[in-house]
Write a protein that binds this ligand. Structure first.
Ligand SMILES: [Zn+2]
Length: 578
């Protein structure tokens, strides 16, 4: 029998810790979570009991007994009492500043009728100065119990709004972001009359007499947004900075309260990125941001090299570009292969010509940027896949493997021709989808597409996963509620508000849904080496949940709450013990 003798080096190290307490502390954890169920989301989806964190990183994952060894006198211990811990959620596609502005501004998403929208705006106008713009967001005619107009037409007209708010320009963005309603004063300030022609990729709705009804679709919104932006030029730079920071703070609070520690921002201008950088320098970015740049190839070309940054101040990455092929299904803007069932004269709208996106894609390839293209209709998805294929395979020296590691994405990938589903895997294109869209759009999808198209290709994440594609998840906040737990519920049940399930054969498993919000979402941003799972060496971004969302019954999932959010090893939401 041999006895274990400490080697000389070991003995020296031991003596060193005796005489130098800081060396001992360097080996113990700052924070330990124990006595729970740790869903690691590692390659084998292992479950552990405890996790130890030091200096913002995960230093050990294992049983309570194993982690015990890392507890020192300074270690903060959280007893999980059996609760589930998951990696910090990663929002795969949201709009960070719009989210903040929505939280600070006029939220119309709960309005049950057009009359209620008009009332909310009139109340806001009472508190505003004459001439001050009133900006609202989130109205959706499909949520209204009465048709918006007496003649039963699909969209509201501005008259009631204009009567209620004659002194203030009003601009109300649709819940989808793809259409806006303006009052008479806003249209006047934007110089819009019955002779105004819509820009390419946009539409101005008109009444029987040819007058604008106040509804502007897609690019036609830009004149109104421009008029609003001009009104803001009167603000001082300090006022603009303060507004921006307030929006960042509001969005950050919303994220951390819902367990989001990383946010993939689906489209910000270089100017907005500069503001993010400034806040990162001041330590004022509340979550980790992965930003897709928004702008034409011409606008971005000279800036791509200098804007590219990875993990700036541990908070900001810019290495992706957002493009926009079509509109949204709700507003009949999705570009379809065959006409709409409920609008047979239309196949939707092209928002950005495919050749424009091609120019951006070529630039992206040259500057090692990812391309993330919004495509909702089956035609838009096919065109984008074709374009990706030709640019990726056409480039000199592009082997199959380098094609795959470009990780180009299609944002939404909502309605697919069954023929195109296998191409995601073949081309290494990531499907960046939103579980909540399926269940909130569900009630009108069949009306728009007909039963066959809806069944075969609408929100078809099960088919994509079975075909080997990588699917990442998110909410498109503020289009949908930011909550990853509600989106997870939609992803695994496809249950709509009325209790019916929307083509339930396309459900994800619990495991897939969790991975779509963690490790797979990290992959979508080239960050799977840093985050997305609870493993030694990774960033200590974790969430403690009230319910075990991996095993409770479907009916209990909507009750699940975030108990604690930990970002970089710090408790940033829910300070009390679970
Ligand atoms: Zn979006």
């Amino acid at each position: 029998m041999t006895t274990l003798k400490p080697t000389a080096a070991c003995l020296l190290a031991f003596l060193f810790t005796l005489i130098c307490p800081s060396a001992l502390r360097a080996q113990t954890a700052d924070l330990v979570l124990r006595g729970g169920k740790i869903a690691t989301c590692d390659q084998r989806d292992r479950i552990a009991q405890a996790v130890a964190i030091r200096a913002g990183r995960i230093v050990a994952v294992g049983s309570d007994a194993e982690i015990e060894l890392l507890i020192g006198s300074m270690t903060h211990i959280i007893d999980l009492k059996g609760k589930l811990v998951v990696p910090g959620f990663i929002e795969g596609h949201g709009h960070f500043i719009s989210l903040g502005e929505t939280k600070l501004g006029l939220d119309l998403s709960q309005a049950k009728s057009y009359a209620e929208v008009v009332k909310l705006v009139a109340e806001a106008a009472k508190k505003a100065r004459p001439g001050q713009w009133i900006i609202g967001r989130g109205w959706h005619q499909e949520k209204w119990t009465d048709p918006p107009a007496a003649d039963g037409s699909r969209y509201p007209t501005h008259d009631a709004l204009s009567r209620a708010t004659p002194e203030n320009p009003v601009l109300l963005t649709h819940g989808s972001g793809h259409m806006s309603l303006a009052n008479a004063r806003a249209m006047a300030e934007a110089g819009i009359s019955r002779d105004t022609k819509p820009p390419a990729g946009g539409e101005i709705l008109r009444d029987a007499g040819g007058n604008p009804t106040g509804v502007f679709r897609e690019t036609a919104q830009s004149r109104l947004q421009g008029a609003h932006a001009r009104s803001r030029e009167r603000l001082s730079p300090e006022e603009i900075d303060a507004e921006f920071q307030a929006a960042v703070e509001a969005a950050g609070r919303e994220c951390l309260s819902k367990g989001i520690t990383s946010f993939q921002d689906a489209g910000s201008s270089p100017g907005t990125v500069a503001r993010f950088r400034k806040l990162a320098d001041q330590g004022k970015l509340p979550v980790r941001l992965y930003v897709m740049l928004r702008g034409s190839a011409g606008q971005l070309e000279d800036q791509l090299a200098s804007l590219r940054t990875i993990d700036y101040q541990d908070r900001l990455t810019v290495r992706a570009i957002k493009c926009m092929a079509d509109g949204a299904l709700g507003s009949h803007g999705a570009w379809l292969l065959e006409p709409y069932n409920d609008l047979p004269e239309s196949t939707g709208l092209v928002v950005q010509p495919i050749d424009d996106i091609r120019r951006t894609a070529v630039l992206a390839l040259a500057h090692d940027y990812q391309i993330c293209t919004h495509a909702i209709g089956d035609r838009a998805n096919r065109e984008v896949l074709n374009l990706y294929e030709s640019v990726l395979r056409g480039g000199a020296g592009n082997s199959e493997s380098s094609t795959k590691d470009r990780r180009w994405r299609i944002e939404h990938a909502q309605h697919l021709s069954p023929d195109d589903i296998p191409r995601f895997k073949e081309l290494g294109v990531i499907a960046s989808m939103q579980g909540s869209h399926a269940t909130s759009d569900g009630p009108f999808v069949v009306a728009r597409l007909g039963e066959k198209r809806a069944r075969e290709g609408a929100y078809a994440w099960r088919s994509l996963l079975d075909a080997g594609a990588r699917v990442i998840n998110g909410t498109d906040a503020p289009v949908e509620d930011l909550s990853p737990l509600l989106c997870y519920y939609s992803s695994v049940t496809r249950r709509m508000a009325d209790g019916r399930a929307f083509f339930p054969q396309q459900r994800m498993t619990r495991r897939e849904a969790l991975r779509s919000y963690t490790i797979d979402a990290a992959y979508g941003a080239f960050e799977e080496g840093q985050k997305g799972s609870i493993e030694k060496g990774k960033l200590a971004d974790l969430v403690v949940l009230s319910h075990d969302i991996l095993s409770v019954k479907d009916e209990e999932l909507p009750d699940a709450k975030v108990v604690l959010t930990i970002l970089n090893g710090e408790i940033v939401y829910g300070g009390g013990r679970p």
